[in-house]
Design a protein around this ligand. Structure first.
Ligand SMILES: Cc1cc2nc3c(=O)[nH]c(=O)nc-3n(C[C@H](O)[C@H](O)[C@H](O)COP(=O)(O)O)c2cc1C
Length: 172
């Protein structure tokens, strides 16, 4: 099975989770590519399983508006790491995703370490859009917690991400 893990990450947390999900998929026997959203064109068509993850912004997935808010926020809080906004927001990337007839898919996010009712979840919106594009979404949505608004990841979340990735190999 060929799996492609596509991520968006402003501060590196979702990138780390994506790599851990890739490790889990590999230990389950899959051939895996882990790619930033802006580098994923061309690889997706070859995938049997597409895994998409991004940070939770304003209760959902990122948009041009929330990336701008991250840039504006960095100006106001100089102690925070600078956000990497070189890629497209997840909302835009998913709008341009080719139709995925017959392809399995899964969604994950990172979010603040608070109840989901308060934080919202990007994974939910990602999964919904994958279904609209004809993908068969499998497994539970993955959601991985960070400290504060920019990380680092909470202890144990990378292990949880590996286990979630491995579980996707047989989810269906
Ligand atoms: C503009 C903006 C809005 C955010 N809104 C939320 C939110 O509604 N819920 C939440 O849990 N985290 C929110 N966060 C925190 C992000 O989820 C966090 O920065 C992200 O998980 C870190 O992942 P990354 O390092 O891969 O970007 C927000 C962050 C930014 C910059």
């Amino acid at each position: 099975m060929r799996a492609v893990v596509v991520y968006e990450s402003l501060y590196g947390n979702t990138h780390q989770v994506a790599e851990a999900v890739g490790e889990g998929l590999r230990s389950g026997g899959a051939e895996v590519l882990v790619l930033a959203a802006q580098d994923a064109a061309g690889a997706i068509e070859e995938a049997d399983l597409l895994v998409v993850g991004g940070p939770t912004h304003v209760h959902g997935l990122t948009s041009e508006r929330t990336l701008q808010a991250a840039v504006d926020g960095a100006g106001k809080h100089p102690d925070d790491p600078a956000p990497d906004v070189s890629g497209p927001p997840m909302k835009t990337w998913l709008e341009q995703l080719p139709h995925g007839v017959g392809c399995r898919a899964a969604a994950f996010d990172t979010r603040m370490d608070k109840p989901r009712l308060i934080t919202g979840s990007a994974a939910h919106g990602i999964a919904k859009r994958l279904r609209h594009h004809g993908y068969e979404v499998v497994g539970e949505e993955g959601s991985f917690l960070i400290h504060g608004g920019t990380g680092p990841l909470v202890d144990g979340e990378l292990d949880r991400a590996r286990a979630w990735g491995e579980g996707l190999v047989t989810a269906g």
